[in-house]
Design a protein around this ligand. Structure first.
Ligand code: MG
Length: 389
């Protein structure tokens, strides 16, 4: 028995907003499509996983699924139906008995649901998971209710939809030969070909991410779920200090604070972000900023310190780690830090892939004691907790 899975990721996903299509946006520190592909790759009953992507998305896809053992994607067509037909054809080389077709934008698909669809395919040539409709349905053309629809037999369709391979392939060929367009899911193609389709219970959690709000909620849920599965808890610390020199602003945690001086250093001298970066590197034993960005290298002169932080986050992600929290203390006699804390958290949160509530930024003066107390510079401490698999 050979089972192939096709992950359909052709859409441009513009409804979700953001710079990238929704399937490439990050939830729980990884792109949506990474989670979706991994769910199928990690399933013991699935033998082959094939992604179908949009034209021009090759580089974005390669970056998104780095580290996963996937074949090169195939490029989809202008409609979902066309993309699926291409995906179904592409896995033909494996001579699968069963095929699952799944939306890339449903990253919460469970192993249990994948297993159910595969099992039901022993009894039916087509299997669709779905949810019975709980709310009352109104038929309201033009926004005016004309009647209430009997919902007792109404289901919403999810994916993965499963099919006997030869039959769905023939169904796609038939739709293609007849030039039938506008079939919005694979079951519609199967229906069009007259296959017997069994509806089985889907899962509430297996929702499709469509809007920016969906992505935001999914980010929260996936982060919480992932943290539970990361038992290796590490703590790292970082300390940094930079002296003042003449200038007009100091940069701390990425935020420029107007002041009569600036911090002197090779990069933008963001002592707080340097301490934070060293703390992250400390959790995974990867040296410090100087190890990765030697001060002797002129290319980092005046560099924005987010480059250092992003490098540390990449090293952490490569180990499968996530930030649990970051606690930063800034020691400064002046300028005043407190009015800028919210902006600092907003700057750091997306870089750390956490909610702002997992970041603390505190400031204290030194009561005029020592070098910091004499306003000779600013010092920062950071403590970071990360969780690794
Ligand atoms: Mg520094």
């Amino acid at each position: 028995m050979t089972v192939a899975a096709v992950i359909v990721a052709g859409g441009s996903g513009l409804r979700a907003g953001g710079e990238k299509p929704k399937q490439y946006q990050l939830i729980g520190g990884r792109p949506v499509i990474w989670w979706t592909c991994r769910a199928f790759l990690g399933h013991p009953a699935v033998d082959h996983v094939q992604a179908v992507i949009g034209e021009g998305h090759d580089a974005m896809f390669a970056e998104a699924v780095k580290g996963l053992d996937l074949p090169l994607p195939v490029i989809g067509g202008s409609t979902r139906q066309e993309s699926c037909r291409i995906g179904v054809g592409a896995v033909g080389r494996h001579r699968p008995d069963k095929i699952l077709i799944h939306d890339a934008a449903r990253p919460f698909v469970s192993a249990d649901l994948i297993g159910s669809v595969i099992a039901w395919l022993d009894r039916f040539p087509a299997v669709v998971p779905g949810m019975a409709v709980a709310e009352t349905l109104k038929f309201a053309p033009g926004g005016m209710v004309s009647r209430t629809v009997d919902r007792s037999s109404i289901w919403t369709a999810q994916t993965p939809q499963g099919f006997a391979y030869d039959q769905i392939r023939a169904a796609y060929d038939k739709a293609e030969a007849e030039r039938t367009q506008g079939l919005t899911d694979d079951a519609s193609v199967a229906e069009h070909a007259g296959l017997a389709i069994s509806m089985i219970p889907g899962r509430q959690e297996n929702r499709k991410l469509t809007t920016a709000e969906d992505i935001e909620i999914a980010n929260r849920d996936m982060t919480a779920r992932t943290l539970q599965n990361l038992p290796d808890i590490r703590v790292g610390q970082g300390i940094d200090i930079h002296p003042f020199e003449d200038g007009d602003a100091v940069t701390l945690c990425g935020v420029a604070i107007p002041y009569s001086q600036r911090l002197k250093g090779h990069s933008d001298a963001d002592a707080a972000m340097h301490a934070l970066t060293d703390a992250i590197l400390g959790t995974i034993g990867e040296g410090d900023i100087g190890t990765h960005f030697p001060p002797s290298d002129p290319q980092w002169k005046g560099a924005a310190s987010r480059v250092f932080l992003e490098k540390a986050m990449q090293l952490l992600a490569a180990k499968g780690g996530l930030i649990a929290n970051a606690d930063i203390t800034i020691l400064a006699e002046a300028p005043k830090i407190a009015p800028h804390v919210a902006a600092m958290k907003a700057f750091l949160a997306p870089l750390l892939h956490v909610e702002p509530s997992r970041i603390a930024i505190k400031a204290t003066t030194m009561e005029k004691l020592g070098a910091i107390g004499r306003k000779e510079g600013i010092m920062a401490y950071a403590t970071v907790t990360v969780r690794l698999p």
